[in-house]
Design a protein around this ligand. Structure first.
Ligand code: CP
Ligand code: NVA
Length: 300
C-alpha cells in the first residue's frame, strides 16, 4: 500500500520533523540525491495555481524526475470518467500523483484507488504542503516551533485547518480570530481538543495579536467560495500595522499567497519589514521536495 500525503495528522511529529530537516538540508545545498530519477510525477489541477504548480514542477525536475501537468478540463475525468478508473490508469504510468481539487472527497477517492502515493495540493478542506513550507519558514525565522504563539486572522478555511493540525502535532499555541460563522470544522476542533491542542477561538483581533510571534492570514474568498457578505464580515480582521504593533516586537507576518492588499492584509504589512512571504513561497519548493523524497522511500 502506498503511503499518501493527504493531511499532516496522517504523520507523526517525528516524521514531519524529518521532512523539515531534509527540506532545510536541501535548501542549504547539503542534500543532492536524485530519488526521482527515472520516475514521473503527475499533477492534476481542478483549480488555478501558481506556486503549487511551479514549485512541484521545478522540484520534481531537481530530484531527477519528470513532471507531468494535467488539467481536469483536458482529461476524461472532466467528462465524467470515474475517479477510480482514472486513479488506476494513472498509477500504471506514474510514480506519484499530486492533485489540487475542489472537493476533499476527490482527493480521498484518488488515494483509495491509486497504487502510487497521492499528495494533497489543496482541497476545500486543507492545504498541508503549504503548512510544511510555513513551518520551515517559522524555524528559519523564529528558531523553533515550540513556544511560538501563532495568530490566524479571518476565515477558518483550508489553510487554517492545516495550521490547526500543525499546532496540535508540534505543540505551539494557535489563536484563530474571526467571525463565529466562519469557524473551522467542528470535527477538526474536537480532534484538536482531544489531542490536548492549544487552539483558541477568538473574536477580538487585537486580543489575538497581543504578544503573538507570528501573524498569519489568507484571502477572505477562497477558490470555490461565493463572496456574499464575506468582505464586510471579515473587515475587522484585516492584518494592519496596528495589529503588528501589538504583537511581540520580533513577530513575523506570513501569507500563503495570492494576497489581496487592502482586504485581509494592509500593503504596509505584507510589503513591510516583518513580512517573510517571499521566503515562505520559496520554501514550498524545498518542503515539497522533502515530502516527495520521503514518500518515494529513498530519502538520505
Ligand atoms: N499558496 C498557494 O498554494 O498558491 P497557488 O494557489 O498559487 O498554488
Ligand atoms: N484559501 C485559499 C488558498 C489559496 C492558496 C483558497 O483555497 O483559495
Amino acid at each position: 500500500m502506498a503511503r499518501h500525503f493527504l493531511d499532516l495528522r496522517d504523520f507523526s511529529k517525528a516524521e514531519l520533523q524529518s521532512m523539515l530537516d531534509m527540506a532545510a538540508a536541501m535548501k542549504a545545498g547539503q542534500w543532492t540525491g536524485q530519488p526521482l530519477a527515472g520516475k514521473t510525477v503527475g499533477m492534476i489541477f481542478e483549480k488555478p495555481s501558481t506556486r503549487t504548480r511551479v514549485s512541484f514542477e521545478v522540484g520534481i525536475s531537481q530530484l531527477g524526475g519528470t513532471p507531468l501537468v494535467l488539467s481536469t478540463r483536458d482529461m476524461q475525468l472532466g467528462r465524467g470518467e470515474p475517479l477510480g478508473d482514472t486513479a488506476q490508469v494513472l498509477s500504471r504510468f506514474m510514480d506519484a500523483i499530486m492533485i489540487r481539487c475542489l472537493s476533499h472527497e476527490t482527493l480521498e477517492g484518488m488515494a483509495e484507488y491509486a497504487s502510487v502515493p497521492v499528495i494533497n495540493g489543496l482541497t476545500d478542506r486543507s492545504h498541508p504542503c503549504q503548512i510544511m513550507a510555513d513551518l520551515q519558514t517559522m524555524i528559519e525565522r523564529l528558531g523553533s516551533l515550540s513556544g511560538q504563539i501563532v495568530s490566524w486572522f479571518g476565515d477558518g478555511n483550508n489553510v487554517a485547518a492545516s495550521w490547526i493540525e500543525a499546532a496540535v502535532l508540534f505543540g505551539f499555541e494557535l489563536r484563530l480570530a474571526g467571525p463565529p460563522a466562519y469557524r473551522p470544522d467542528q470535527g477538526l476542533l474536537d480532534w484538536a481538543a482531544a489531542q490536548g491542542g492549544r487552539i483558541h477561538l477568538m473574536e477580538d483581533a487585537e486580543a489575538a495579536a497581543s504578544g503573538a510571534t507570528l501573524l498569519v492570514t489568507d484571502v477572505w474568498v477562497s477558490m470555490g467560495d461565493e463572496e456574499g457578505t464575506r468582505l464586510t464580515d471579515f473587515s475587522p480582521y484585516q492584518v494592519t500595522e496596528k495589529l503588528m504593533g501589538l504583537a511581540d516586537p520580533s513577530a513575523i507576518f506570513m501569507h500563503c499567497l495570492p494576497a489581496q492588499r487592502g482586504l485581509e492584509v494592509a500593503a504596509e504589512v505584507i510589503d513591510g519589514p516583518q513580512s517573510v512571504v517571499w521566503d515562505e513561497a520559496e520554501n514550498r519548493l524545498h518542503a515539497q521536495k522533502a515530502i516527495l523524497a520521503f514518500l518515494l522511500g529513498e530519502a538520505g
